[in-house]
Design a protein around this ligand. Structure first.
Ligand code: MTE
Length: 373
């Protein structure tokens, strides 16, 4: 794993090592804002309170006795791909690997909400983690706060899992042991880890992690409005070749990666080696699964002449949504789903004197391709 930050711990999957549909637990990215709480199942309680007819508490054993479900879902950090932005934002510079796909087992949030009986006025369901700490960047509330995010009532009843297991094993401390939410189809920020309190609210929640942080500007009727980041935007990433990889000329190379979207399925992944002047269809591997990523591959014939080539992948989903060419500045350091340029070098390995040189990455690269070296 690539360590992006040691304290709090933030780890990224080296995306070039992607080798399957399921991301193994020890290779699944870790995104934390505060120190990881050390919790045990004996003293653990999940509280459901607020605008509910029957507020109650559940122990870990009581949770395990409820009907369990297993779903496959892709989590992507809303800042995944930030390292490609120019200028680079003052935030954790994730490259391609703050994303993963796992099987999650747990209790549907709907079952817990039904037992609590939501009042008619209930508008949102706030999920609060045990972890807490001080936010450093202003604007900020004073003192320690918990990590918390909310779901609109309708979303809370649909798909959301209170997960105890990841890929058939108990959650690890870094991934939210003993209990976390999994909100399929939404950016990872919504999937609150170390979940211990569900607060049903009759007001829209304007907490730190969905107003100051994890929000973006949306323009409707000419008015920019700050909205919490929610659904995943359609996106494809290239795992191999990796940035700066050296490839032999006139060779068939298997370009491969994954693509994902929300509440839909990937219908097309395209590949371009000329900055999007022309696109060719890649092969989608396996059957589509709602809210899980889709592997894809493309046999690329590398150029005959030594050059630098910028490779792009572009995904489209069944709702006709496709990736933009450029990042939307209103999204700030989040929602990075434009086609990411993967610059590689084509040359016979033995002939080059600059085998260790790395190539620069420019998101706004609109340069002549296949530069002779
Ligand atoms: N939940 C809590 N309690 N604290 C956190 O810092 N980080 C969120 C989310 N849930 C976070 C959290 C973010 S931003 C992401 S992207 C996902 O957890 C990452 O989940 P993972 O670390 O299991 O990959």
């Amino acid at each position: 794993m690539i360590t992006r930050e040691q304290s709090p711990v933030n780890l990224e999957l080296p995306f070039a090592t992607l080798d399957g549909f399921i991301t193994p637990n020890e290779r699944f990215y870790v995104r934390t804002h505060f120190p990881i709480p050390q919790l045990d199942t004996k003293s653990f309680r999940l509280k459901i309170e607020g605008a509910a007819e029957t507020p109650f508490e559940l122990s870990y054993d009581e949770l395990l006795k409820m009907e369990m479900q297993t779903i496959t879902a892709t989590l992507e950090c809303a800042g995944n791909g930030r390292a490609f932005l120019r200028p680079p934002p003052d935030a954790t510079l994730w490259e391609l690997g703050a994303v993963g796909n796992a099987e999650w087992t747990g209790v549907p949030l709907a079952a817990v909400l039904e037992r609590a009986g939501l009042k008619t006025a209930a508008a949102e369901v706030i999920l609060e983690g045990v972890d807490q700490g001080e936010v450093k960047q202003p604007p900020r509330p004073v003192g320690k706060i918990h990590y918390a995010r909310s779901l609109p009532r309708a979303k809370a009843y649909r798909d959301v899992l209170l997960a105890t297991e990841m890929n058939g094993a108990a959650l690890s401390p870094a991934h939210g042991f003993p209990l976390r939410a999994i909100v399929p189809g939404w950016y990872g920020a919504a999937s609150v880890k170390w979940l211990a309190r569900i607060l049903v609210s009759d007001q829209p929640f304007a907490g730190y992690f969905q107003t100051v942080d994890y929000s973006y500007w949306d323009r409707r009727n000419g008015l920019p409005m700050l909205l919490p980041i929610q659904g995943l935007l359609v996106k494809a990433e290239i795992a191999r070749p990796a940035i700066a990889e050296v490839l032999p000329p006139s060779t068939k190379y298997r370009v491969h990666g994954t693509a994902w979207t929300s509440d839909s399925e990937i219908t097309k992944v395209e590949f371009s080696d000329n900055l999007g002047v022309t696109w060719q269809c890649a092969r989608i591997i396996g059957q589509p699964m709602r809210n899980a990523w889709q592997l894809w591959e493309f046999d690329w014939l590398t150029p005959a002449q030594p050059c630098r080539a910028t490779l792009l992948a572009r995904a489209t989903d069944a709702r006709g949504r496709t990736q933009p060419e450029l990042h939307d500045p209103d999204f700030g350091p989040y929602l990075i789903n434009h086609c990411l340029p993967m610059e590689v070098e084509v040359r016979a390995p033995a002939r080059s004197p600059c085998a260790t040189r790395s190539l620069t990455v420019e998101t706004d690269a609109r340069r002549v391709l296949h530069l002779p070296i």
